[in-house]
Structures are given as C-alpha cells and as structure tokens.
Design a binder for this molecule. Sequence first.
Ligand SMILES: [Zn+2]
Length: 400
Amino acid sequence: MRIRLPPAVFRNITSHTHTYAHLSAFSFPKQKRFLNTHSQNTQFAITPQSARKMSTASSAPSTAMNSTATSSADATAASSQSDLALPQSSPYVPRYIDIGINLTDRQFHGEYHGKQVHQSDLDDIVQRGRLGGVEKLMLTGSCLKESKAALEIAQNYPGYMYTTVGVHPCSAKDLTNHRAGHAAYIDSLRTLALSSPLVAAFGEIGLDYDRLYHASVEEQKLAFTMQLDLAGELGLPLFLHSRAAAEDFEAILFPRLPRLKGGLVHSFTGSMDEMKRIVGAGLYVGVNGCSLKTEENLAVMKEIPLDRLMIETDGPWCEIRPTHASSKYLKDAPALPKAVKKERFVAGTNQLIKGRNEPVCISQVAYVIANVKGISIEEVCEAAWKNTVDVFGLGVKTAE
Ligand SMILES: [Zn+2]
C-alpha cells in the first residue's frame, strides 16, 4: 500500500523529522522497522513520533487540513485530487517502555570485565532506542550505590528515564552487613527514594536462590522483608525479582500485599503455576529474552493475561539468541542494526555490540509475544504500555 498524503499533512510529518536530523548516521537496515507488515511500502521517511502525528491527522482529517492549510487554493487542490486522499487506516507504529534496563552497567560505558574496550556509547544507545519506538525507560537500581548512579543518569534525560531504588537479592549483604547497621542503610534508601520524582518504583528486590554464593537465604530474606516494609511506607510500587525461590518469595510477599502498592515480577522464568499465582495475587509479569528461552517458557508466556503483561530487555543481559525457542517467532520482527564484536566497535556508526542487549532490541520481545499469542503487535504494545503506566506512571498523563 502506497500512502499519499495532502501537502498540509506531509508538512506536519517533515517538520517533526528534523528532531532526528543529527542522527543521520543512525539509519536502520530497513525503513520498515517502524511499520507493521501491511504497510512496508510506505514511501516517505517516518519516525515513530511523526507517524503518530499522521495517525492523529487521519483520525480527524478535517481538523488537520483546516488548521494547517495556508490558503483556500491549497485546500481546494488537495481535496480535488482523489489520489491525495488520506489513508483509510494508518499503520500502527509500535511504542515501547523498557521497564527493566541496567544502564549503570559498565558495558554501556564501554567497559567489560574491568577493561575499557571502547568509549561510552550511552547517548547513542538511548537515541537508537528512541528511533526504534522506545518512548520511556525505567532504570534498575540494584543497591544504594547503583540506585544513586541510575538516578544520576536519569536526571540527564528528564521525562524519558525513571528509576527504581532498592537492593537486589544478590547484593543483600550490602544491607544486612552494612558497617553502620541495617537501619542506617534503610535510612539512606529512604532518603534517596524521596529525593526525586524520577524514582518510580522500589526495587529490584526479592529472592534469588540460584546465586546463593552472593548472599545466603537468611540474608536475602532479611533484606527482602525490610525493603518491603520500606516500600509500603513510601507508597512505591514494587519491581521484584524471584528466581528458584517461589515458595519463600510468595510466603514473604503475599501476606504483605494489602499494605503495598502492587507491582511487577520482572524477568519472569517460572512455571505456569507460579505465573498464575502471581497474577492471582494482583501482580504483573515482566517478560524479556530470558523469559522466552524454552518451549516451556513460551507456553507459560502465552497464558499471561494481556492485562498483566509488561515487557523489558533487562539489558545488557537477556538478549534473544538464535538458539532460543523464541527465535523462530522473529520472522516479521524489525531488523536491528548490525552487531559487531566489542573490539571492533566504531563509535558513531550505529553498531550494536554482540552479546550486549539494549533498549532498541525490545521490539524482538514484543514480536515473539505477538506471534506466540497469535495477536497483533499493536495489542501487545498497547497492553504493555497501559499496564506500565497504570502501575509506574512514568510521567504519562492518565488521560492518554
Ligand atoms: Zn532481576
């Protein structure tokens, strides 16, 4: 389908593309990345924002024409040419919120295993995500220090980035063995959480019995319970992590839920029963590449109700790999920029790093979900968007 637009509407679109003029190096392999399959032949350059503008214009054509036409001659010319008619249906442009992204990880700053391999490309990562339709990020905090660092990054991208504050179960010792005592550490977490409206959630907190070498069961349980009490006091929704610990996780969390503000179990890799219990408790389920590795993972994901789903990358980890069960559901997913080995990375050339997951890759998660569930990408993206905004807000007006 070739979409022809009246000059006035086209002006609307082109006036918005200039926002990305400085990103001309950031061309993607195929323009189709912004469009779903029935509109791949659209002839003009388009950004997620401009396309949304077009969508608005097409749903109210008379307003768009009247407000932008510069003369009655323009309007007459446009309306007299049938091939300039507005499209009957506009292509849907996917929009994403990556609710789990670890931007404090040194990989996003060019450092791997303590060694600086290339210069920081954080700005490029962010802009690439924006061009790919990622409209918000929620940065994960994993201890007091990392939560502070996440907030510092978010403050450089106001309105675009939000953060969590909390101590990951693998860092539980930071809290339980703090030299000034846990109360002092909890006080510092409280102060940080209250310091900025960009703190949207309390987390990442929970239990991880796959990695007991970082912190024992008792240390993890103590850190989890103390932080749940603090989250309740602060009235922040939860960003939760549960790995190989479902029984204890639920025994600690579920009785406290009436005093808490709800939240999300992110990076979900549990069983069907576990998923159903989480949903039954009123919580949401976060899906990333790690949630889609096996056929069993896919079967569980397929049953997550759409009104309980959120999506994430958990970058730099949890990418979708060709060996994963999910990869066969990527056939119609947008092409991503080329990935190179970190040693071969050239700054400013729009390259991904092999093995480093980042926000622009979230489209792959959404397409796998849509294809496994047998629904449209629009249904997946809009459900995840609504759920995320309902729980975490992230500065989106409730009227939207
Ligand atoms: Zn996690």
